[in-house]
Design a protein around this ligand. Structure first.
Ligand SMILES: CC(C)(COP(=O)(O)OP(=O)(O)OC[C@H]1O[C@@H](n2cnc3c(N)ncnc32)[C@H](O)[C@@H]1OP(=O)(O)O)[C@@H](O)C(=O)NCCC(=O)NCCS
Length: 447
């Protein structure tokens, strides 16, 4: 199978040398081949393996068995939302979306279009194939009534031009367990459970946590089989760690941690590293109790957590807060607002105020779904947001509004390089204050 694939690829490349020659004189084009018309359409079930083969040409770091992957994913993939860019019957670009809900500040949940599997064959890059796929997707998502689109960007520069902005952030934490203890006493109890027992209770705990966590999304049930090492996706190592759950005083499960370890000995002193795969509590008390459980593990010198919040409450529960430190911060969830009135009215605010926003948004040269002028008015933390003809206080590009909409990216920061125009003095600072939230939004769900 692999050999056949490689040979057909070489044949195609030879074909391209001739067509290239005819257009070689074109200046400024750094392309492997000249642009040819591609058809962009949903794939059929029969094309799923070819679709995974195509995405494997861009996501080359993962082992790729397209047929095994197609069968593994067939039961859950929404095939009419798996898009292929076809050239002469060959898939040269892939793009997929699925429906989920995103939690907003205040706990409102909006339907969103989650984008994934974005690839263009290495030989077909920079010919506008992604532009066409993502522009189609934006129009379809808006027509469907999705309030926003979301994705995790492989590289920062790709998605801003399409209206996406970085809305949640992830921090890497290290806690030196021998340097500090958790000051506060336990509330409830921690229980070490096996994977199958965990499988029964963790999804509901996650749902309770995600419903109250701005920035977090719903997860499909099957995902837990992979996350708990009950099944493994083709080409990916099986998760092989430990699980503990937390129960409140009444015995109801309200928190969990999945973690694994790395062995390290230093002159017979055990200095193992404990790596948190995820740790969530439906309450802060549950979360802190689970940290305490980890911090008391024998043989352990440090706990490391990725995709944590920038401001972790555990730091302030330690006898020595210096024992916990952030070793890196990066963007995580990117949001693209589609329905401005809905998103702005469904989130809550921590300050009252009013603002007329002119939102600029273009999709392939035409007005995008977020384009328009809106009056946002916040009273007692609740907002109304409606189209208006009043003169604007602030013009802001959709990518910057999208970055700020969950309260985790400051309007002042995202617009530092441009993308906003003040029509009234202080409008930018006003927007900055309105959109920010004290608790940072947080997403921990890779997709
Ligand atoms: C990222 C990727 C899908 C882009 O596809 P593409 O078809 O080449 O994108 P387009 O031709 O539509 O690019 C549109 C514009 O975005 C820019 N752009 C696209 N990808 C970019 C990147 N990785 N870095 C910087 N700019 C990028 C292009 O230069 C182009 O700008 P221009 O119009 O000013 O020339 C493709 O390069 C790819 O498959 N990369 C590897 C896999 C990957 O990273 N996927 C994303 C997962 S989140």
């Amino acid at each position: 199978m692999v050999a056949t694939f490689v040979v057909s690829e070489i044949t195609r490349l030879h074909g391209q040398v001739h067509s290239w020659a005819g257009t070689f004189a074109r200046p400024s084009v750094r392309r492997y081949r000249p642009p040819v018309p591609t058809t962009i359409r949903p794939i059929t079930g029969d094309e799923l393996a070819a679709w995974f083969a195509a995405s494997g040409t861009a996501f080359y770091v993962w082992a790729n068995d397209p047929h095994a992957m197609a069968e593994f994913r067939r039961p859950t993939i929404e095939i009419d939302r798996a898009i292929g860019a076809f050239e002469d019957g060959t898939i040269v670009g892939t793009f997929r979306s699925f429906a989920t809900r995103l939690t907003l500040p205040g706990g409102g949940r909006i339907p969103v279009n989650a984008v994934s599997a974005v690839t263009v064959r290495p030989t077909h890059r920079r010919q506008g194939i992604l532009t066409r796929m993502i522009s189609d997707d934006t129009r379809r998502a808006a027509a469907r009534g999705d309030a926003a689109s979301i994705l995790i960007a492989a590289e920062w520069p790709i998605y801003g031009r399409f209206g996406y902005g970085p809305a949640t952030w992830q921090a890497k934490w290290t806690l030196r367990t021998r340097a500090a203890t958790v000051k506060t006493g336990p509330i409830g109890r921690v229980e070490v459970v096996d994977r199958l027992a965990a499988r029964q209770v963790i999804p509901a705990i996650y749902d309770a946590y995600a419903a109250g966590q701005p920035g977090e999304i719903e997860r499909i049930d099957r995902r837990w089989d992979g996350d708990l090492g009950i099944e493994d996706a083709p080409g990916r190592p099986r998760w092989n760690g430990q699980v503990a759950i937390h129960r409140d005083d009444a015995g109801t499960p309200d928190g969990y941690v999945r973690f694994h370890g790395e062995e390290h000995w230093d002159d017979m002193v055990p200095d193992h590293r404990l790596i948190i795969d995820e740790l969530h509590g439906a309450t802060l008390a549950a979360e802190i109790d689970l940290w305490r459980h980890l911090a008391q593990m024998d043989l352990t010198a440090s706990i490391e957590g990725e995709v944590r919040r920038e401001h972790e409450p555990i730091k302030w529960h330690l006898s020595d807060p210096r024992a916990a430190r952030v070793t890196g911060v990066a963007d995580f969830l990117w949001v693209r607002v589609l329905d401005v009135p809905r998103v702005l009215a469904e989130r809550t605010y921590e300050r009252d105020g009013a603002l007329v926003l002119e939102v600029t948004d273009q999709v392939e040269g035409a007005a995008g779904p977020a384009a328009g002028r809106y009056r946002l008015e916040v009273t007692g933390g609740a907002a109304t947001c409606e189209p208006t003809t009043a003169s604007p206080d602030l013009t802001i590009d959709v990518r910057h509004l999208s970055a700020a909409v969950l309260g985790g990216t400051r309007v002042m920061d995202t617009t530092r390089g441009g993308g906003a125009v003040e029509h009234r003095a202080g409008a930018l600072a006003n927007a900055d204050r309105l959109f920010r939230t004290i608790e940072e939004p947080w997403c921990t769900t890779w997709f």
